[in-house]
Design a protein around this ligand. Structure first.
Ligand SMILES: Nc1nc2c(ncn2[C@@H]2O[C@H](COP(=O)(O)OP(=O)(O)OP(=O)(O)O)[C@@H](O)[C@H]2O)c(=O)[nH]1
Ligand SMILES: [Zn+2]
Length: 171
């Protein structure tokens, strides 16, 4: 890559850049080597709580699969337990697991929602992501202020307007 850009790969400052860049990319895509079961680590607890649980403003960094440029923003997650709750930290861990792969925002949103649906079988799951894409900011269309919002609503969040509205109001 450095040669193609017209750089001298033997120049002191960039001598170690291939290794650094490889390491950085491996970090940013480490989600490929994780799975939901290991991330959740059995932190599912029986509890008679059936109101909405929301973890919002989870910072989230991913890589767009078209340009390998970051997109980043906030992820908001809600669910309505059905006798089972999840360790709170596991929600951002699930977000990171899917974010640290080559993604499109729509699929990232869906994968997070479906993973929670599968491990918790809750009455509903809602995931909203608001993100800015560097491929739309530093190149291409060059729009610095546009935000992309995606949402996936499952169960009660999909079926009941009032549940969805309550979630949207809270986030
Ligand atoms: N739906 C969706 N599109 C994305 C996402 N990330 C990047 N893209 C878009 O993927 C598209 C790829 O379009 P192409 O025309 O093949 O690539 P390009 O010539 O680099 O496009 P421009 O960005 O318009 O310059 C672009 O419109 C990007 O904005 C994402 O998360 N979701
Ligand atoms: Zn892109």
């Amino acid at each position: 890559m450095l040669e193609t850009l017209g750089e001298d790969p033997t120049r002191e400052g960039i001598l170690k850049t291939p290794q650094r860049a490889a390491k950085a990319l491996q970090f940013l895509t480490q989600g490929y080597h994780q799975n939901v079961e290991e991330v959740v680590n059995d932190a599912i607890f029986n509890e008679e709580y059936d109101e909405m649980v929301i973890v919002k403003d989870i910072e989230c960094y991913s890589l767009c699969e078209h340009h390998l440029l970051p997109f980043f923003g906030k992820c908001h997650v809600g669910y309505i337990p059905r006798k089972k709750i999840i360790g709170l930290s596991k929600i951002p861990r699930i977000v990171d697991m899917f974010a640290r792969r080559l993604q499109v925002q729509e699929r990232l949103t869906k994968q997070i929602a479906e993973a929670l649906q599968e491990v918790l079988t809750p009455a509903g799951v809602a995931v909203v992501i608001e993100a800015q894409h560097l491929c739309m900011m530093v190149r291409g269309v060059q729009k610095q202020h546009s935000q992309t919002m995606t949402n996936v609503m499952l169960g009660e969040f999909r079926d009941k307007n009032s549940t969805r509205t309550e979630f949207m109001r809270c986030i």
